[in-house]
Design a protein around this ligand. Structure first.
Ligand SMILES: C[S@@+](CC[C@H](N)C(=O)[O-])C[C@H]1O[C@@H](n2cnc3c(N)ncnc32)[C@H](O)[C@@H]1O
Length: 219
């Protein structure tokens, strides 16, 4: 990345991570996300048919939020989630349900590598979800996401996290390069990484194949 003589390196190729999710891409029409009254009744009190509908409804709300995260700038998502933190709960309920069907979760591979290769590293988990990484390793981990859904999470847009320059040894983006401004997220990782720090990315390949960096594309 050119900031220091010993460049920081992207480890995605070596991390044996095979992302499993499919995703929508930037440029799609934005929709508002209706969330009011979402969790009105515990699902255990619903009839079987009502439970089926509730599950379908949750699934479609997850997809709308997911699509919006992929088609919006990080700071806009941050503002929206801060205004309505329930979006975070709905999103993560859907994400957990989806991830439960994957044959393997890339986050588990990242956790394995931190435990075995970087046990003493200071880590920044950018777009940490429910902060499973921080819960699973002995390291000092700064966990950032759009909402502080639990006590380990610091609410921040991953394009601007509250850390000084050169403070962490490892930066992780596990399926979290969701906004249209990916370059800002990577630039922020570079800012907070120490010289010779490690950048770990697990992401669906299509995110990079279809993503166009304006300054590098033909006019
Ligand atoms: C697909 S989930 C993955 C969560 C976690 N990394 C994992 O692997 O379990 C992506 C996460 O990135 C977060 N995210 C997306 N854009 C973000 C942004 N601009 N700033 C902070 N978090 C963001 C979402 O809120 C969500 O929790």
């Amino acid at each position: 990345m050119g900031k220091h003589s010993n460049a920081k390196h992207v480890v995605s190729k070596n991390s044996h991570v095979k992302p499993q999710v499919s995703s929508k891409q930037p440029g799609q029409k934005q929709q508002s996300v209706p969330t009011k009254g979402l969790v009105s009744k515990p699902t255990s009190k619903l009839s079987e048919l009502q439970q089926k509908f509730a599950k379908k409804l949750e699934g479609s709300r997850f997809r709308v939020i997911n699509e919006k995260l992929y088609s919006t700038r990080g700071n806009e998502s941050f503002e929206e989630f801060q205004k309505d933190p329930n979006l975070f709960n709905i999103y993560h309920q859907g994400f957990r349900e989806q991830a439960s069907h994957w044959p393997e979760n890339p986050l588990d591979k990242i956790i394995e590598s931190i435990v075995s290769i970087y046990p003493k590293a200071v880590v920044a988990d950018m777009g940490c979800g429910d902060a499973k990484l921080a819960q699973s390793v002995p390291n000092k981990v700064y966990s950032f996401d759009l909402v502080a859904g639990n006590e380990r999470i610091i609410a921040a847009d991953i394009a601007h996290v509250p850390l000084e320059n050169n403070t962490v040894d490892v930066v992780v983006f596990c399926l979290s390069l969701m906004g249209v401004n990916i370059v800002d997220f990577i630039t922020e990782a570079h800012r907070i990484l120490k010289p010779n720090g490690v950048l770990k990315i697990a992401e669906v390949k299509s995110r990079f194949q279809r993503y166009v960096i304006p300054s590098l594309s033909a006019s």
